[in-house]
Design a protein around this ligand. Structure first.
Ligand code: XIL
Length: 297
């Protein structure tokens, strides 16, 4: 096939992009997104600060805009993210103990209920581990203790039993201390019946990244009985950019339980990074990295 989405679909996979709703009015942006991708994720619009700016007051306007736009074009929607230490509204940052627990569960319940049937997979918990494989000492970890991730997954499962529920993180692009800490948590969850379905690998990469154990790492998670998704792929500019994209794409294609790839934006000019890490340049021209990915799908 001649587009990323259609090529990924030939093997039952998706190829998505992170979307900022305020860019959808730009024709180059909208046309590229609609033509090349068959999945979207909200870059910011479904995060806690956007969806619950005040306690118990939910605002779904930004997320709904993206969902409606995608559904009108037959595209799937990933959900990102129910719980994260960053981009929390101010009122959450000051909560302690049971008040924080109640706020977390209430947030998950409302947002997952709202998007039930629209979102095929949720990043339930984002970035909860440190490089050494220990838990990040976030307000959630400090106030709620080790059980908070399990509580979050159980709340998401109760709210939307059909969505796939993912743990998502960065720096997990090799068999390393961090990915092993997450691996041990997933293995424990699976053994005890905690509802986790997938692990997201953000894959914010450099052009000279060592990816020698990337595929083996995906595979060891898949062998636990979860699916794996590449959720926020971008690769800094440099001579290895296209080759790095190719390696990641081939790794996903080689792992049966790797269900899809999302790149963290459509065009370099709106990337959160300044090192031109995406597949289309600022004029929506296909880069070498695009052609390498398409050929690998
Ligand atoms: C980033 C967005 O791209 C920015 O627009 C925002 O200012 C900060 O967050 N890991 C994640 C994403 O899980 O949600 C982050 O997105 C990038 C790193």
């Amino acid at each position: 096939a001649t587009t990323l989405g259609a090529s990924a679909a030939e093997s039952g996979r998706y190829f998505g992009a992170a979307v900022a709703g305020n860019r959808l009015s730009e024709s180059g942006y909208a046309n590229t997104l609609a033509a090349e991708f068959n999945s979207v994720v909200a870059e910011n619009a479904m995060k806690w600060d956007a969806t619950e700016p005040n306690p118990g007051q939910f605002n779904y306007s930004g997320g709904d805009q993206i969902v409606n736009w995608a559904q009108a074009r037959g595209m799937k929607v990933r959900g990102h993210t129910l719980v994260w230490h960053a981009q929390q509204p101010g009122w959450v940052q000051g909560l302690t103990g049971q008040n924080l627990r109640n706020a977390m569960v209430n947030h998950i319940t409302n947002v997952a209920n709202h998007y039930e049937g629209d979102v095929f997979t949720w990043d339930v918990v984002n970035e909860a581990f440190e490089w050494d494989g220990s838990r990040r000492q976030s307000n959630l970890q400090q106030q709620l203790g080790n059980g908070w991730i399990e509580e979050a997954f159980r709340a998401a499962d109760a709210a939307d039993p059909n969505a796939k529920l993912c743990y998502n993180d960065y720096g997990t692009d090799a068999i390393n201390s961090k990915s092993t800490g997450i691996y041990n948590m997933v293995r424990d969850f699976k053994s005890r019946g905690v509802p986790i379905d997938c692990v997201g690998f953000q894959s914010h990469l450099a052009s000279n990244e060592n990816l020698s154990s990337y595929q083996a790492n995906l595979q060891r998670f898949a062998d636990l009985g979860v699916t794996v998704e590449i959720t926020e792929l971008d690769v800094g500019q440099g001579t290895g950019q296209a080759a790095t994209y190719e390696t990641v794409t081939k790794a996903c294609m080689a792992v049966a339980r790797c269900t899809g790839i999302t790149v963290w934006g459509v065009t370099d000019k709106y990337s959160w990074r300044t090192d031109n890490p995406l597949l289309f340049d600022g004029n929506y021209q296909k880069k070498q990295a695009y052609h390498s990915v398409l050929a690998a799908l």
